[in-house]
Design a protein around this ligand. Structure first.
Ligand SMILES: [Zn+2]
Ligand SMILES: [Zn+2]
Length: 226
């Protein structure tokens, strides 16, 4: 995002995901920025290097631009306003709250509990916290999130309650991960993602984001950002 061109590409990716729930193609980005596909591809790789977005494994398409994802994942985010027919895939429990925060929108979030398979639907919004009983499990420490961020998001899931998250952990990853209240993750998603669509958005510093985690009580080695 260091140049006006890369800023424009980044903003177009976010605008398209926000308004249409899909990522623009490289050719589309090139056309809309009056550039070449080669130059656009180079910018996308630079943005990915800077963690401003995530490309597909083959590197030729946008896979995620947090909190948005271009491909189906475990969460569907739907506006509570029935006249608003936009829909988004939520990359994870946290990102689903992040979409609500970035769009300043009350939403319904649909997913399923990984332990019991029961569908879970809940509402959340900028001023509307999710139900108190829901739990969110983070699979790996903050220092490892970006080792494979798509895999990380894939595993940040909502469970019926803490008991189901604990049982899932005991059966699948004994001693691993961190179980938080969904309301804590919701509280974190506000300031973490709320400014992503702002015209003047600037990436948060590591210190800034560490403070956001601290303020939600997410402290200790597990939550230390790299
Ligand atoms: Zn369950
Ligand atoms: Zn995520």
């Amino acid at each position: 995002m260091n140049t006006p061109d890369s800023r424009r590409v980044r903003d177009l990716v976010y605008e398209t995901l926000a308004s249409e729930g899909r990522a623009p193609s490289v050719a589309e980005l090139a056309r809309r920025t009056r550039s070449t596909t080669e130059a656009t591809q180079k910018i996308l790789h630079e943005l990915a290097e800077a963690h401003a977005l995530v490309l597909t494994a083959d590197g030729d398409a946008v896979r995620m631009a947090h909190p948005f994802t271009a491909a189906p994942m475990a969460f569907v985010v739907t506006p509570l306003d029935g006249h608003d027919d936009r829909r988004w895939w939520g990359g994870c429990a946290w990102d689903s709250f992040g979409i609500s925060a970035a769009l300043d929108l009350d939403v319904r979030i649909d997913t399923a509990c990984p332990q019991c398979g029961t569908p879970i639907a809940y509402q959340a919004g900028p001023r509307l916290p999710p139900p108190a009983e829901l739990a969110v499990r983070f699979p790996r420490p903050a220092g490892e999130w970006w080792d494979d961020v798509v895999a990380t998001c894939t595993m940040i899931r909502t469970f019926c309650d803490r008991g189901h998250a604990e049982r899932w952990t005991a059966d699948n990853a004994p001693g691993g991960g961190y179980i938080a209240e969904a309301a804590t993750v919701w509280r974190l998603a506000g300031p973490w993602y709320g400014d992503r669509l702002d015209p003047g958005f600037q990436p948060h510093s590591r210190e800034h984001n560490q403070r956001l985690l601290d303020e939600c009580g997410l402290t200790g080695p597990f939550w230390r950002l790299p």
